[in-house]
Design a protein around this ligand. Structure first.
Ligand SMILES: [Zn+2]
Length: 410
């Protein structure tokens, strides 16, 4: 095996990924049945249906454009050996190998952020604005960017430092030690994300006493769900789109409802949405997904340990000798077919879990209220009501609306 062969394999993987994602996007864009299925007909007026198709077309074309541009840029960087050039340029300014690697990734991230900024601006202030979703002010947008970069560099820097330190100190055995570090970190994030990170970006307030709170408490008592933390988040600060989620483990668990969700739904529908979230909890979906992603991480790190000291990987990216940062990057490309398969499997599992949570809400509360809530959510968000089955299979973590409605009326 030569470094040339590795570069060819990397480019082949890149081309395959790009081709696959574009074929799926194309199939999905063209998949617009003349007639909506019976259950969905009353959801949109003809005018709204046209608007949802226009939204799908605009966002689809936009993601085709951005993915093609980043594909071309990546191809050019690989073919010219620019990653090696950048890494060796950084090494001229920094002497310690750990800091060299962190500085290399830092430079790439800054360049990437600057280059993708115009596209983010266009997506938020032109596309989302045109369809009436955008609520974010330029000030919030800038603050989000600043806070995002800060949080990302602190957390990413700490984890990156730990990874590189262990690679240099423990050599091939690093993967076991870093596996422990990263698993601890993921568990910590799962427990404290809502209390530590989320408040930096949003305001969380306990749901006020009233009809909704009493209805929720009554339901929780009935299904024996110890509800201690029930919060409303100011999602309306950024978008009119609505959501609800569950986070944390054990006593740290929290249920979070978007203010946009509360605004547009009846009490019955909101309790049904909450019942769905309780369903995830009762069916142990959260610990299950933590266990699976921990095992998955272990596998990635174990395979990485075979590659991380092979100088051919650095040479494939244009360097003259071994550079751990470049090896990590090359590994990212080489591993992507496997990660595509694992994420596909995770989506299969996640869709199954969604049916289970829906079923839990239907049996312990009210299937019709949940159906109504799901319908409203889909139309308010201009969701694609008729996605292509192949697109759903690859990318959807939730089953499409129609499948969920049908499963609940069985
Ligand atoms: Zn769910």
């Amino acid at each position: 095996m030569t470094s040339q062969t590795i570069l060819i394999i990397i480019i082949a993987i890149l081309c395959f990924n790009e081709l696959l994602s574009n074929v799926l996007l194309y199939l999905n864009l063209k998949h617009n049945p003349q007639q909506l299925p019976e259950e969905l007909k009353e959801l949109y007026t003809q005018e709204e249906y046209q608007k949802s198709l226009a939204y799908k077309k605009t966002t689809g074309n936009f993601s085709f454009l951005t993915s093609s541009l980043s594909f071309i840029a990546m191809l050019a960087l690989l073919l010219t050996g620019s990653f090696g050039t950048i890494a060796e340029w950084v090494n001229g300014y920094v002497s310690h190998p750990i800091w060299q690697a962190l500085a290399f990734f830092g430079v790439l991230m800054v360049v990437n952020d600057v280059l993708t900024l115009p596209f983010q601006l266009y997506s938020t202030f032109v596309i989302e604005e045109r369809f009436g979703f955008n609520k974010i002010t330029p000030k919030t947008f800038v603050m989000d960017k600043v806070k995002g970069v800060l949080v990302g560099s602190i957390l990413g820097g700490l984890l990156g430092f730990a990874l590189l330190y262990l690679i240099f100190e423990m050599k091939q055995q690093f993967w076991i030690y870093f596996w422990i570090v990263i698993s601890g970190f993921m568990l910590f994030m799962n427990m404290f994300y809502t209390s530590l990170i989320l408040p930096l970006f949003n305001k969380l307030t306990p749901l006020e006493v009233g009809e909704l709170r009493s209805a929720i408490e009554q339901y929780c008592q009935k299904v024996n769900f110890p509800l201690t933390n029930l919060f409303v988040i100011d999602g309306s600060k950024r978008s009119t789109k609505a959501n609800a989620f569950f986070s944390g483990l054990g006593a740290k668990k929290k249920v979070v409802l978007y203010d946009t969700l509360i605004k547009n739904h009846s009490t019955d529908e909101l309790v049904a949405v909450l019942a769905h979230e309780v369903g995830h909890y009762k069916k142990k979906h959260i610990p299950l997904s933590i266990v699976i992603s921990t095992l998955q991480t272990g596998l990635v790190l174990f395979i990485l340990s075979w590659f991380v000291f092979n100088p051919l990987l650095s040479q494939a990216l244009g360097a003259s000798s071994l550079n751990v940062a470049l090896n990590l990057m090359a590994f990212g490309f080489l591993y992507s077919p496997i990660s595509m398969i694992t994420s596909l499997l995770m989506n299969v599992l996640s869709r199954k879990n969604e049916y289970e949570a829906d079923d839990y809400a239907r049996t312990t509360y009210n299937g019709e209220a949940l159906s109504n809530a799901l319908k409203k959510l889909s139309t308010d968000n201009l969701s694609n009501l008729t996605p292509h089955p192949a697109y759903v299979f690859f990318y959807y973590s939730h089953p499409p609306l129609l499948a969920r409605l049908r499963a609940m009326t069985k």
